[in-house]
Design a protein around this ligand. Structure first.
Ligand code: NAP
Length: 226
């Protein structure tokens, strides 16, 4: 049990974000969650966690949340929000491509910088919910090009975040792959259920505390090629 440890999950209305809220709460963490629409039936209000309204692309709102949290109040920050984006690069509107990059890469990166002061020095962990599809080394087929590129960009932003805002404080940065999981995004054919993925992700995040490095790692602890 991690009694008294604190986590903030950004993008927790459903799927893996909501699953992480449940998993960490069950492990004794004190969890706060952000959702875009708190009136949504899927918002995790039944768990007794604090729920904040937040769009990850709204930097002013993230900064206001950071001020409310106070310095060094979080053991774990998870930037989970993400979208699939347009499948077909050549048929997509430029605005849809840009929106995917802002939601999946620049938004979470700016949120991490804005919230970094709320993460505990030395033991704190900042986890970006990336994807194996963001790995250039593992890209053997292409497809979902914009999603892949947005997660590769997220990985690059995470490394820059680590050097500029985490390393000197001893904060650990993670780029996480949850596996292919049955959620609205992952679809019904995905082999993993949410509970299995978030159990592994919680263990990876708990074990990372104090390392002070940045790794690309999946839910079962395996490190991934960049
Ligand atoms: N499922 C998989 O197999 C898989 C594999 C690799 C990586 N991932 C990554 O894991 C993360 C969660 O995916 P999921 O499968 O749980 O997807 P999901 O079921 O589609 O959930 C996506 C979550 O992101 C939130 N979100 C989207 N845009 C947002 C924004 N601008 N601001 C704040 N929140 C926003 C959604 O909130 P709303 O309810 O308001 O839309 C929802 O809570 C994503 O980053 C995804 O890329 C998933």
């Amino acid at each position: 049990m991690a009694d008294g440890k604190t986590a903030l999950i950004v993008g927790a209305s459903r799927g893996l974000g909501l699953g992480l809220v449940r998993e960490l709460s069950g492990r004794g963490w004190l969890v706060a969650a952000t959702v875009r629409d708190p009136s949504s039936a899927k918002a995790p209000t039944d768990l007794g966690v604090g729920v904040e309204q937040l769009d990850v692309t709204d930097l002013r709102a993230v900064e206001a949340l950071s001020a409310r949290l106070g310095r060094g109040s979080l053991d774990l920050l998870v930037l989970n929000a993400g979208v699939s984006g347009p499948r077909d690069l050549m048929a997509a509107e430029p605005e849809a491509i840009a929106a995917t990059f802002i939601t999946n890469a620049a938004g979470p990166a700016r949120a991490a910088h804005a919230l970094a002061g709320a993460v505990k020095p030395r033991t704190g962990v900042v986890a970006f919910m990336s994807s194996l599809m963001g790995s250039i080394g593992d890209n053997n087929s292409g497809g979902s090009d914009t999603y892949r590129a947005s997660k590769a960009a997220m990985n690059s932003y995470a490394r820059s975040f680590h050097h500029r805002a985490a390393e000197a404080e001893g904060i650990t940065t993670l780029s996480l792959h949850p596996g292919w999981v049955r959620t609205d995004m992952g679809g019904e054919r995905a082999p993993l259920d949410v509970d299995t993925s978030v159990r592994g992700l919680a263990e990876v995040c708990e074990a990372a505390s104090g390392r002070g490095d940045h790794r690309f790692i999946q839910y079962d602890g395996r490190e991934l090629p960049w």
